[in-house]
Design a protein around this ligand. Sequence first.
Ligand SMILES: N[C@@H](CCC(=O)N[C@@H](CS)C(=O)NCC(=O)O)C(=O)O
Length: 305
Amino acid sequence: MGQLVDGVWHSKDLPRNDANGEFVRKASTFRAFVGDDAFPAEAGRYHLFVNAGCPWAYRTVLYRAIKGLTQLISISYTQPAAGPQGWTFGEPETLLGALHMHDVYTAADPRFTGRCTVPVLWDKHSHTIVNNESADIIRMLNSAFDAFPGVSQVDYYPAALRDQIDHFNEHIYTTVNNGVYRVGFAQSQEAYEDAFDTLFETLDGLDTHLGEQRYLCGEQITEADWRLFATLARFDLAYHGQFKCNRQMLKDYANLWPYCRDLYQQPGVADTVDVQAIRGIYYGSRPPRVLPKGPEVDFAEPHGR
Ligand SMILES: N[C@@H](CCC(=O)N[C@@H](CS)C(=O)NCC(=O)O)C(=O)O
């Protein structure tokens, strides 16, 4: 996908790999928090720009639903597949009239240079991007709006479990969340096999762990579970085929697959998992843009956990 250089879109595909063929992800650029002096928590003030298929943007879609924030934070969805202009809304979206995601970035900063990623948390009041890093955005959504009526008081990052959650997050980000991209975007056999082995080694370990307890940190769902879920929900639909993460499917795991269904069956979650958008982003963003009809994934099958 292309990028903005000094506010001008360049559609040339950018290299994302280092000299060894390893996929390298760039750090996000807008890192302010709702709750900072400049960005107080207010109903109706903030907006999310997302792609429902993207696992990073999906984290924010999920938190908006499970925390009961749909009335407080508005949202725009790009079309699933990227085109020459990057993410597109198909027709101008209603908040800014942006046709592409890069229009959102130049609305915040007319001279922006960099990739125009989703998700973006937008401030309608100061007309700018608060944050474009999903890990930060879900932390905000977890607690920043808790004082508003109707917002769920469940804390997915409780103080007592933070060390454990941070530990899982780091390991799972490197080997699973970003790990599937390291497999799928590897540009050398060695980089592919290395990422592939690391991915399945972690999944094997998690499968054993989840045979002993219901969730990663015990009996309560935490942020670490939701971050893992975002990748697991895409595994058989996209990573197994398109990213060649094919030692086995998620549904072949005795514990990870029922665990994934357990999370899917939590209140409000099923509506956030858009199977066609997941197929669309991974298979529709590159030629020949043919979407697979399968596999069918039955997230609603009783999980028994
Ligand atoms: N660190 C970011 C990564 C987001 C990200 O890479 N999103 C992808 C979509 S799945 C994207 O927008 N890519 C466009 C690009 O890299 O140019 C986050 O977690 O929020």
